[in-house]
Design a protein around this ligand. Structure first.
Ligand SMILES: N[C@@H](CCC(=O)N[C@@H](CS)C(=O)NCC(=O)O)C(=O)O
Length: 190
């Protein structure tokens, strides 16, 4: 079983952490290099990571890969509330990623226009809901939704995209889990 991705992607990292005890090969690709793009094209027409190849079966998208492997390995139970939490985390992740890519494309992402206002509004509402959910103990267990949340917070910190001063629960959650072996082993900074 091969998991293709980069060491910096929060979508890839969540699977690497979740797969801590599951034998698999991690194939690190640079999605912006010629070679990396050829690998992407040969497996996933959406040209995104993560992608999984399990024997003859290719699987795209972190959520679909999680559902595929969770079903196969019978690792954990996922409720509708868990699914909603992953949707909220993905929404925040996508908005942050879009802002980062636009900024790297030379676009001023601080401008007061529809697209940027929508991303900022979504980031604010999703982070606030996650903050409130932490207070209620929603991410008490180190299951896939909690791993997704950790990878989001740590990636935002790594890229210096947001200040978490207004989100003490998110900060405390990050501090609680940062010493985990699987978290340290997948740190995008190393
Ligand atoms: N919904 C996808 C999102 C994956 C995603 O956005 N991956 C980024 C890396 S973090 C990517 O491959 N971006 C390439 C691009 O946008 O061209 C998932 O959950 O796997």
């Amino acid at each position: 079983m091969k998991l293709y991705g980069s060491t910096t992607s929060p979508y890839v990292r969540r699977l690497r952490v979740w797969l801590e005890d599951v034998p698999h090969e991690f194939v690190n690709i640079d999605i912006y290099s010629e070679e990396g793009r050829a690998t992407l094209r040969s497996i996933n027409p959406a040209l995104k990571i993560p992608m999984l190849v399990d024997d003859w079966q290719a699987v795209f998208d972190s959520r679909v890969i999680f559902n595929y492997l969770n079903h196969k390995l019978e690792k954990e139970v996922t409720t509708i509330d868990d699914e909603n939490a992953i949707t909220i985390i993905n929404a925040a992740s996508d908005s942050f990623i879009e802002l980062l890519l636009l900024s790297r494309s030379g676009i001023d992402t601080t401008q007061d226009t529809l697209f940027f206002n929508l991303q900022r509004e979504r980031i604010q509402t999703t982070l606030q809901v996650l903050e409130d959910q932490l207070k209620l103990g929603v991410f008490e267990y180190w299951h896939f939704p909690a791993i997704c949340l950790y990878c989001l917070i740590d990636w935002v910190m790594f890229r210096r995209l947001n200040d978490f001063a207004d989100y003490p629960e998110l900060q405390a959650f990050h501090e609680r889990h940062q010493a985990r072996k699987s978290v340290r082993a997948t740190d995008p900074r190393i």
